[in-house]
Design a protein. Structure first.
Lengths: 568, 568
């Protein structure tokens, strides 16, 4: 799920040949893994699962533990149900489909045999059986539909409220092939689903929610730049599934595939005590940050992020390189400068649940999606991860590419992100008093791959003229941090410009653009970088504000002026 | 003169602490060094020069050897006169200034004592003595003026034709302080300067010359993309001075400053036989490529390059890392992937004189200016080079920065270059026949730092709609080269698109923009990235061509159409 070779920090880890390090999910552990913020959770272990092998329980068992493997992609998803008391909230508007007596009767065992496109993909829903083989390729959510193959739809639809719509049921009804046997229907009726999100942590009320279940939210721009280190509570949240409940006592981190080395199984305590604690301040950014600006050009697929799907934190943990060395990784391949962390702390405290408790990967300079949360397993591999999120999502395309023509193989996975900046203050539509005589503009700037932001230009007139902003690389009032070592500028810079209000104008179009030390610059406009997934949205950021004239002056302006008359 | 820490290939060399490797000029050798394409040449050795220490001869000796050190910058320049037969061509319009008998008489020895701002900066010109101390800071050419301190101006003015103007003499006359003694004037009169460019090599007649002396030229765009590997003869030429004449038999490459190691002095033969020969295909680009587009926005300082100050060649030589290891550099600091070359071959043959014979540095992924030609000395240093070209030129600034406000300390030296692409075919103003029904567009794309070009978008309508071009990473018709290892994409990609001619339109505005694997993209327009030195010009490239209608159709269009009349 994580190709580390492209990451600057891991270039040093990966210096040898073409070995790559993947982070994958262990199977028999009550821990979870996230490819990017795709959360995957294993339910309570029930024994009998072979480590590293995919096994699932069907029928009543899914109440206790249900895990899935995205067929063909290697991405691992799982679903755990810990609470059977409450009703399934997400499907309340879904109506049961009346059984059609003319259709054949199937047992759950017969349904369970149909779990692949080759064998047919069958699912059950409220006592009916559906052959959805033909629908798999049309599923808007992609291969994830195969998670339910051979079993019941209910627990998956509980995860994604998007299914709670009548037209979804209509589509499903087209694929009905039979009824579940009376015995198996009775078994299913005794199973009540629950809200898998009920154990999600409390969140800060300031967050602007893009989706509640799964929880995705960003801080308001105007508070984002108040702190150089973003408080964890308002650090943007990006989840694909419920937040896993991981027991720190039984947590194990698996390390496998080290050539000539050994496999490791580390407890949280061992990770904390057997390896030096290393701290890195690094900015994480979602590939979809600023997607809303692309949506204004033309609808894209994905959460409608504003400009704040980016935050900066101090991460502490074991260095990946130290763990790999302990597993017998060839030492000369591991750079002293490798900053990839197996982090167990964020801003000096235990990782919050939303950010991967107990352990996440922090790959500085690299798109959020590779900073796997709820880390379960690390596999060193010659191959790039075959996961959905590495191969078939998080890639950039031409504005000419649509869903009919897209070929995910034709583009590289997003790893390092391009130069980025945005205005956090003032916000769109704000009013600036003319009497203030000047305006203060604030924002952030960051670039991927450890490239340092070296300049931010700000315009008050839509990009016609520019002024250079002051850069800030520590909390305001503190001693500025020393320049990062070359190629290891992992943290953003905040910036600020106070400039005289231009005379006459009634509106300012404030624009910012940043430059990194490879002198890459942001593109001017959104449309030419538009892409169907709405990722990599890094055009100049524009904010329009109104200049409010003084009341005195306004009065003068609104007083009718009587012109003298003359003969001609 | 070369900061290697920023270079991807040398990140591995420089992994240790903050050690940096500089390339500097040895002193007592008949070899030369170039910071970028600033050529520096030592004349024939006259003995008595301490290695690594600056010493110059004055008075009549400059006829034989004259070397200079840019005071305060560490950049080394030298000037050798090998030909005393021909007259100095570049100063023919300069008129001698009549001696003023009221002024004091000075000997050459007295003049020679004034070689610094502290002691006063004196020069002689045609028998008169000038105290130009106050003028040093106003010299348009910067500190280079100090090269002549304590000596005669003639040999320097012979290098830079810009001095052959009456107003330069008028400025000089303001600083006159005396006359040179009769004896020393006689000595000087016996010295005839010569054209230092007379030994420059023959050049290909296809080259478009931007400046003849020193020679700077680029190939026409339409032939640039004919070959994936640019033939050496049309590879762009960038010189600051005459091309040095280096005797391969007496050539020595000095390596110094290796911590805990030894200094080396290598003959050309030793460099070729003691180290494995390594070959890298790498694109070099001048920081000023496409400067002419910035000049159209507002005048900038520098040669008016078109789009072809970029070329791609195969370079062979010893790896810098191997030479440093031989000098005792700590082995674990040197990556197996270090691709920085001490190159003695270009496209399979000895380096041409214009490209640094006998040895140049090739730092793949890094601006041309760091690919030092006529290499003399390598110094490993903790500090970034203090040379003019590292500190006070080859940096990028905001469009708001002008020569009154520029602070060169505020910007990093250009090392890795940003994503770049341009259209080589058709050229501006070309005519496309409507009957052809389609148009073929060709060009190049490249990014610095080993970032691979992953896509080129082409528009025929000024950027409103786009099509994806085919990329080419080998000679046409040959088997495509395998993908370069991550972070080591040193060579450009050529690209091509054949698209139907849009109907109706009489003009096409063809635009291209490229994307690298960090998904950095080119800015849309030139004005917002304009900078006073006209470097880093990488906005979308635009070419307008005319669509010529078929004669038949034209005839139809020009035939008057008689409309029927009606009552209303």
């Amino acid at each position: 799920m994580l190709l580390l070779r492209h990451c600057r920090g891991l270039t040093r880890v990966g210096l040898l040949k073409t070995q790559r390090v993947q982070l994958l999910q262990g199977a028999a552990l009550p821990v979870a893994v996230c490819a990017g913020s795709l959360c995957a959770r294993w339910g309570s272990s029930h024994g009998g699962h072979k480590s590293g092998q995919y096994q699932r329980s069907h029928g009543p068992n899914w109440r206790h533990a249900l895990a899935g493997l995205l067929a063909g992609t290697g991405a691992v998803l799982a679903y755990g149900l810990h609470h059977s008391q409450t009703e399934q909230a997400a499907t309340t508007i879904v109506q049961p489909i009346a059984p059609a007596s003319s259709l054949p009767i199937y047992t759950q065992d017969e349904v369970t045999k149909h779990r692949s496109v080759e064998e047919g993909v069958w699912v059950t829903y409220k006592g009916s059986v559906y052959d959805i083989t033909e629908f798999v390729s049309m599923h808007p959510g992609g291969d994830k539909i195969l998670l339910a193959a051979g079993g019941a739809l209910e627990p998956f639809w509980a995860l994604y409220a998007v299914h709670s719509q009548d037209h979804v049921l209509e589509i499903l009804s087209e694929y009905k092939v039979g009824e579940l046997s009376a015995e198996d229907r009775l078994m299913q009726q005794s199973v009540k689903s629950t809200d898998p999100y009920s154990t999600d942590p409390e969140r800060h009320p300031a967050l602007r929610i893009n989706s509640l279940k799964p929880f995705n939210a960003e801080p308001p721009p105007e508070i984002l730049s108040d702190n150089y280190i973003t408080p964890s509570a308002i650090f943007f949240k990006r989840n694909h599934l419920p937040v896993p409940q991981v027991d720190p006592k039984s947590y194990r981190l698996q390390v496998e595939g080290v050539p000539g080395g050994v496999s490791l199984s580390l407890s949280l305590e061992e990770l904390k005590t057997h390896f030096p604690k290393h701290t890195v301040t690094a900015t994480l950014q979602c590939a979809g940050n600023r997607r809303s600006e692309m949506n204004k050009v033309k609808q894209v697929k994905g959460l409608n992020w504003g400009i704040a799907a980016i935050s900066n934190a101090t991460w502490s943990g074991a260095r990946l390189k130290d763990v790999l060395l302990a597993a017998g990784y060839r030492s000369e391949a591991v750079s002293e400068e490798g900053d990839v962390l197996l982090a167990y702390q964020m801003n000096g405290e235990d990782l919050p649940a939303d950010h991967g408790y107990p352990v996440r990967v922090v790959v500085p300079g690299t798109v959020g999606a590779r900073n796997v949360k709820w880390l379960g397993k690390i596999i060193v591999s010659e191959e790039e991860s075959s996961s959905h999120w590495q191969q078939n999502d998080y890639k950039g395309f031409s504005p000419a590419t649509d869903w009919d023509t897209v070929d995910f193989k034709s583009a590289p996975a997003i790893q390092e992100l391009p130069i980025q900046s945005a205005i956090t203050q003032p916000v769109e539509g704000a009013v600036v008093e003319r009497s203030a005589e000047e305006v203060t503009v604030k924002g952030y700037a960051w670039s991927g791959g450890g490239r340092e932001v070296v300049r931010v230009d700000v315009s008050l007139d839509g990009g016609r003229t520019w002024q250079v902003a002051q850069l800030q690389s520590s909390e305001k009032g503190q001693v500025p941090a020393p320049s990062p070592p070359p190629g290891r500028a992992w943290a953003w810079k905040l910036w600020e410009l106070t400039a005289p209000l231009p005379p006459v104008v009634q509106e300012l179009e404030i624009v910012c653009k940043a430059v990194d030390n490879s002198y890459n610059m942001q593109p001017d406009s959104v449309a030419p970088i538009w892409n169907l997934r709405g990722v990599l949205s890094n055009a100049w950021h524009r904010v329009k504000v109104t200049v409010k004239e003084d009341e005195e002056k306004q009065k003068l302006l609104s007083t009718p002026v009587v012109f003298g008359t003359c003969d001609k």
